[in-house]
Ligand binder design. Structure first.
Ligand SMILES: Cc1cc2nc3c(=O)[nH]c(=O)nc-3n(C[C@H](O)[C@H](O)[C@H](O)COP(=O)(O)OP(=O)(O)OC[C@H]3O[C@@H](n4cnc5c(N)ncnc54)[C@H](O)[C@@H]3O)c2cc1C
Length: 476
């Protein structure tokens, strides 16, 4: 059976790795010159603790899927925890957030009890830890370690640098790790180096043909057509075009968003946890997110319309088209880059916003290239976070992940479909194969090249606490 995957973002690349490991031949089309170079992903939502507004069912799904993601891509993970704080002016009760995080800790413990390989987020009893004001004040008296060795040590830099009087208590520390998108891209490219991938190739049309599909694509100014028996739509926020060409109706939202990169070269002495200051999305009190990278670089989100979000940044599909239409200026920014004035202005706003909670961070300097893009959300609910795949008939799969951790549930469902079609032996069911670790030096060097080619500092491609092949965390 000839299978085409259109789109080499994290969804398309991962399903290609997954199916090839089971012996299934796939052809991947990607219009860019590299894989996984679309919107960013810096946070592994291993429990959805960043989203007080989603229900526990979605949070548990994000937890399970994130564990699988870490097992599939261990070398793309930055193993540092996330501190979660509620500012005093935000109407959220941190005690409730703590109770909900304990439900996740219990679920994580149950998963580990069933299968010890699920223990990728540390000890279940350390999944969530709470700190009151006095405890954080005591931590201020301790020296800040260069590389924290335990959970208390991770909170020392937080205790010393955050404006503690602006917070409600308890403050939580959860084992939601970081994802390094440049390393993820490098890993996918290395794992797929022998695969049939048409880089720099844009699929421009698709038609039903003899029970399958005729794809038309353009490469180097020439047009080609090819027949496939099974089609996987992994085109991210542009998935609606393929739906339209084939006459499939699907409602979805598309949201344009951005995070910003600031440099604080004076802050390279020690490691920080990721820090979240909860807020109300879309208002001037939106959540602030501070994500450390190597080399004194920090990725910043502010869930306000003048920082991460945009007044006209959400588009909906319509009766006549499954493709939501964003204002053309955002498509231009995605394809050609941002106007530098806007990028610098918004980065400066992000620095100011985060410095409300981390006062010394106001000394940070903006860098020119935001991390940004548009993401699709199936249906009409903008707060949906866990979604995977949908099908039209037996031969068309539509990847519709909202968070990158959903890729394995998505690939499992596609595998199931292929088994039903007889393209794979039923014994392959549940036969997910986790890739073997790659040489760190190869990932490092390709990830740096990718970061540079995309206009980001090479230092951002490094992780501080690399994966050890023994399965343990490994400190440099
Ligand atoms: C600012 C921001 C921050 C985010 N942070 C996080 C986070 O911390 N954690 C998290 O889990 N998620 C995060 N996300 C969401 C995450 O980025 C997306 O879930 C993820 O990128 C979706 O992957 P995808 O493969 O479905 O789509 P994409 O990554 O968009 O991939 C689609 C691919 O299809 C290609 N393509 C499209 N049309 C064609 C065509 N006609 N022919 C050939 N190729 C085509 C594109 O070039 C692209 O490479 C964030 C998103 C944004 C915008």
């Amino acid at each position: 059976m000839k299978i085409a995957i259109v789109g080499g973002g994290v969804a398309g690349a991962s399903v290609a790795i997954y199916l090839r490991s089971l012996g299934v031949d796939v052809t991947l089309f990607e219009k860019k010159q590299m894989l996984i170079a679309g919107p960013p992903a810096c946070h592994l939502h291993a429990g959805g603790n960043l989203y007080p507004d989603i229900d526990d069912t979605q949070r548990l799904q994000l937890l399970r899927e994130s564990i699988e993601f870490v097992r599939f891509y261990p070398q793309a993970i930055e193993r540092r925890p996330t501190a979660l704080a509620v500012p005093v002016h935000i109407l959220l009760n941190p005690k409730e957030l703590e109770e909900r995080a304990f439900i996740l800790a219990q679920a994580y413990g149950d998963l580990v009890a069933k299968d010890s390989k699920a223990k990728v987020l540390g000890e279940p009893e350390h999944y969530v830890l709470s700190f009151n004001h006095e405890q954080l004040q005591e931590l201020q008296e301790l020296p800040t370690p260069k590389v924290p060795q335990n959970h208390l040590e991770w909170m020392i830099s937080f205790a010393k640098e955050v404006a503690l009087t602006k917070l409600k208590y308890p403050v939580l520390l959860v084992q939601e790790y970081g994802i390094n998108i440049f390393r993820l891209s490098a890993i996918a490219q290395l794992l797929l180096q022998d695969a049939t991938i048409h880089y720099g190739t844009k699929v421009v049309d698709a038609k039903h043909e003899k029970g399958g599909f005729k794809l038309t694509y353009e490469k180097n100014g020439k047009r080609y057509t090819q027949h496939f028996d099974f089609l996987i739509n992994a085109m991210g926020f542009e998935s609606g075009y393929l739906d339209d060409w084939l006459g499939y109706k699907k409602s979805r939202l598309v949201e344009f968003k951005a995070a910003y990169v600031a440099r604080a070269s004076y802050r390279q002495e020690h490691l920080y946890p990721e820090m979240i200051f909860h807020g109300i999305r879309g208002t001037d009190r939106g959540m602030a997110q501070f994500t450390p990278y190597s080399g004194g670089y920090y990725q910043l989100h502010g869930m306000r319309k003048d920082i991460t979000l945009f007044e006209d940044g959400v588009a909906k599909s319509s009766e006549v088209s499954s493709q939501p239409k964003l204002p053309q200026k955002y498509i231009d920014w995605i394809e050609k880059g941002w106007p530098s004035k806007v990028a610098l202005h918004r980065t400066q706003r992000a620095i100011e916003y985060v410095s409300r909670y981390i006062p010394d961070f106001k000394r940070a300097q903006p860098t020119p290239t935001p991390l940004y893009g548009a993401q699709q959300i199936p249906g009409a609910n903008l707060t949906l976070r866990a979604a995977e795949v949908s099908f039209e008939g037996d031969r068309y799969a539509r990847c519709e992940i909202v968070k990158v951790s959903s890729i394995l549930s998505m690939a499992d469902a596609i595998l199931q479909k292929l088994i039903t079609l007889g393209a794979l032996d039923p014994s392959r069911q549940g036969g997910r194969i986790y890739p073997k670790p790659l040489p760190e030096a190869k990932i490092d060097s390709l990830a740096k090249e990718i970061a540079k080619a995309r206009g980001y500092p090479e230092a951002m491609a490094k992780i501080a606490i690399p994966f050890c092949h023994s399965g343990q965390n490994c400190v440099q």
